[in-house]
Design a protein around this ligand. Sequence first.
Ligand SMILES: Nc1ncnc2c1ncn2[C@@H]1O[C@H](COP(=O)(O)OP(=O)(O)OP(=O)(O)O)[C@@H](O)[C@H]1O
Ligand SMILES: [Mg+2]
Length: 259
Amino acid sequence: MEGRIETGDVMIRMENLWKVYKTGTISVVALREVSFSVKKGEFVSVMGPSGSGKSTLMNIIGCLDRMTKGRYILNGIDVSGLSDYELSKIRNERIGFVFQTFNLLPRMSALKNVELPMIYAGVNAKQRHERAIEALRKVDLLERKDHKPNELSGGQRQRVAIARALVNNPDILLADEPTGNLDSKSGEEIMAIFQALNREGVTIVLVTHEPDIAMHTDRIVTFRDGMVIKDEKVENRLDAKEVLEKLVEQNLIYQENTM
Ligand SMILES: Nc1ncnc2c1ncn2[C@@H]1O[C@H](COP(=O)(O)OP(=O)(O)OP(=O)(O)O)[C@@H](O)[C@H]1O
Ligand SMILES: [Mg+2]
C-alpha cells in the first residue's frame, strides 16, 4: 500500500464518485458525482429519503463495495487501486460497522459475538477475551456478557454490536440507522456512547432518518437521488447525556435498572 497521498486532517475524501448498480439490463445510478469529505475526529450524519444512496455511500466508505467511477481516498490511501485482500485488511483493522438490525449471531453469547472480529484479525484467545470484556464494559453491558441476543433488549443488542465494532480499535465507525429500531431512551443511550467515542478521537459517520438524532452530530449531509443537496454544520450539538438527564427529570421515563 505504498503511495500515500497527503490529505492532512481529512479522513475520508471522495471526488466525483459514481456508483451504478447493474442488474440484468437495468442500471440504477445510486450515487452521482458525489464529492464528500470527513475530517479526522469529525462526527457526521447522513440524511435523505429512502433510496437516496445513503447505504451505498456507507458501503463504499467502509470498503464493503467498490465505486464505479471517481476517486476515494481513505486516510491518505487511494482505495480504488487496492486488491480485495487489501480492502478486507483495511476493513478489519480501521473500520467498525454498526447496522440497524444489529447482525449478531443468535447462538452466541454477547461475549462471543464481540470476540468474533478479533478471530478474523488473528488475535490470540487470551487477548480476545480481555479486549471483549473491555469493550463490553465501555458500553455498560458487562453483566450481560453471557446472554444470547434473544435474551437482550434492542438497545442492549445494539450496545453489543457497538462493542463488537470497537474491539479492533477502529479509526472510523460507520453506523447505518443504528437507532432506527429503538425507543427514544435507548437511542439516546446509543448516541451517548457514540459521543464518548468521538471525544476519544474516533471519526463517525452515521445514517439516520431522525432529525433529533442528527442534531447530536457536528454536521448534517443530506442526499437526494444519489447527490449531496445540503451540507450544514450543527450549531448547538445536543449532548446525549444531558438529554437523558432531562428525560429523567421531566419524569417522562423512569430510571430503571436495565442491568
Ligand atoms: N445491490 C443493489 N443492486 C441494485 N440496486 C441497488 C442495490 N443496492 C441499492 N440499490 C439501489 O440503489 C439506490 C440507493 O439505495 P440505498 O440502499 O443506498 O438507499 P438508502 O438511501 O440507503 O435508502 P434507505 O433509507 O431505504 O435505506 C436505490 O435505488 C436502490 O434500489
Ligand atoms: Mg439504507
